[in-house]
Ligand binder design. Structure first.
Ligand code: SF4
Length: 172
């Protein structure tokens, strides 16, 4: 279920349909041979907002979210990215996915969310994959987000658990 219902947004869908896609910028091969950084130049904040503003906010359930294996609330994340609330968007992804930075980079978007985006029927879809990677990386860089397992207090080792030693001791 969308946390920001598209029906409530006062947006001009026809005008949005005229916003062109921004082709991703590949880094020069000579540079890529020397490091393990991403192939494509990461989106800037302005580019991310522009790319997210191509979303026309389909009615719930949106095809992109339905096609997502973890049912990410993609339309709501698109809206928050467009508004410049990148950390809010990252939190939307984290509600349903435990590793959205990775999914944003390696998930087969062309077959899932982007392949189901209504815009892909006529032209390039909304770049939902790159935007997921952008928002979650932004959060990590600016808010120092740590994984849930990193925040969890250390668990006691089984050998220190009361009763275990007694259970393991030989019985006479
Ligand atoms: S299907 Fe495409 S246009 Fe529709 S809500 Fe999802 S990303 Fe936006």
């Amino acid at each position: 279920m969308q946390s920001i219902p598209g029906e409530d947004l006062a947006i001009d869908r026809k005008a949005r349909m005229r916003i062109p896609v921004q082709e991703p910028n590949a880094r020069p091969v000579e540079d890529r041979l020397r490091d393990f950084d991403a192939t494509f130049v990461p989106l800037t904040e302005e580019e991310a907002r522009e790319a997210a503003s191509r979303c026309i906010h389909c009615p719930d359930p949106a095809p992109c979210a339905t096609a997502c294996p973890v049912n990410n609330d993609i339309p709501s994340a698109m809206w928050l990215i467009e508004q410049g609330d990148f950390i809010g968007a990252a939190e939307i992804y984290r509600r349903t996915s435990s590793m959205p930075e990775i999914c944003g980079l390696v998930c087969p978007h062309e077959a899932l969310c982007e392949g189901s985006c209504v815009r892909s029927k006529r032209e390039e879809p909304v770049q939902t994959g790159a935007l997921e990677a952008f928002a979650t990386s932004y959060q990590r860089q600016h808010a120092g987000w740590r994984s849930k397992s990193a925040r969890r207090p250390a668990r006691r080792s089984p050998s220190s658990a009361p009763g275990l030693a007694a259970w393991a001791a030989p019985r006479c």
